[in-house]
Design a protein around this ligand. Structure first.
Ligand code: ATP
Length: 281
């Protein structure tokens, strides 16, 4: 927390938090953005499908008629542009950056859109990574959005903490695969979020099962029920259960995740939690 310590903080322990110093670290919205809801998507561990779930949530909301953006806050492992097949560089507008639009009109900002090559590594230390996230909020002209989905880096490090402290999150969705180890790490993430008093909207179990292509039987490769158990144990909602689907992996690799015809992310719990009515197109 020391890296986010505000200059005037009286807390000399280096554990600066809104509670201890009485000063909110939340960044104000800039004048070129009017964002109604900000939803963070996090995971305790890498590779469980957090970016894919962020993308599917954004696609489901966009298909339901909402104006949606995705901030790719996974600065060192940005995969959102790849999932949507985005190559265009963000344009500048009055010293601000404009997000790049996907085919469905989802507004995306990611460091990968600013790098000369998509496979260039980002070798930055924590404080610089954290300031990149803040700039994605303060220096991007997001326009009017119903939902900004923030794809967070995995784990409980400096950058996730910056997102939690700097952005006005309505709440967080925590993604896990069904393995016990993934769940153990997820519990750490849940505790971290609860410590900064941001609501956990619920859990998503990704790669939950494989549906047999012949008979449709669900094969639970990694065991079943762990995420549901964790949801119950932590008094949280299980928002959705998504299958391990080769079509999703192939479309993601091809930059065509918007064409996914499989099980869409169930947006109803998100709309309920954020007080929106389902739109009818
Ligand atoms: N439900 C799924 N079915 C099939 N493949 C999936 C599924 N979810 C994710 N994948 C694939 O798994 C890989 C990792 O997914 P993704 O990038 O979304 O994970 P992540 O948790 O965001 O990873 P990281 O922590 O590295 O950013 C990708 O190749 C993606 O296409």
């Amino acid at each position: 927390m020391a890296n986010n310590q505000c200059e005037s903080c009286k807390d000399k322990t280096g554990q600066c938090s809104p509670e201890s110093c009485g000063k909110s670290l939340l960044l104000p919205q800039n004048e070129a953005s009017e964002i109604k809801h900000v939803i963070g998507v996090m995971s305790g561990k890498g590779g469980v499908g957090k970016s894919s779930v962020s993308a599917l949530l954004a696609v489901s909301l966009a298909r339901a008629g909402y104006k949606v953006g995705i901030m790719d806050a996974d600065i060192t492992g940005p995969s959102i542009p790849r999932l949507f097949g985005l190559k265009a560089r963000p344009e500048q507008f009055n010293e601000m950056l404009l997000p790049v639009k996907t085919a469905l009109g989802i507004e995306v900002m990611s460091l990968n859109l600013l790098l000369p090559e998509e496979d260039d590594p980002v070798i930055w230390r924590g404080p610089i990574l954290a300031s990149a996230v803040k700039q994605f909020w303060s220096d991007v002209a997001w326009g009017r959005l119903d939902y900004l989905i923030v794809d967070m880096p995995p784990g409980t490090g400096d950058v996730p903490l910056t997102v939690l402290q700097s952005l006005p999150l309505d709440g967080l969705i925590v993604v896990s695969s069904p393995q016990d180890l993934a769940m153990m790490v997820v519990k750490k993430a849940i505790k971290m979020v609860q410590q900064v008093h941001i609501p956990v909207l619920g859990l998503v179990e990704n790669m939950s099962y494989l549906a047999c292509p012949h008979c449709g039987e669900r094969i639970h490769l990694f065991g079943s029920g762990h995420v549901a158990d964790a949801a119950r144990a932590n008094d949280l909602r299980l928002l959705d259960v998504l299958p391990l689907d080769p079509e999703l992996a192939a479309l993601g690799d091809a930059g065509k995740i918007e064409e996914y015809s499989g099980k869409a992310f169930n947006i109803d719990p998100v709309l309920t939690i954020t007080g929106e009515q389902k739109k009818v197109n």
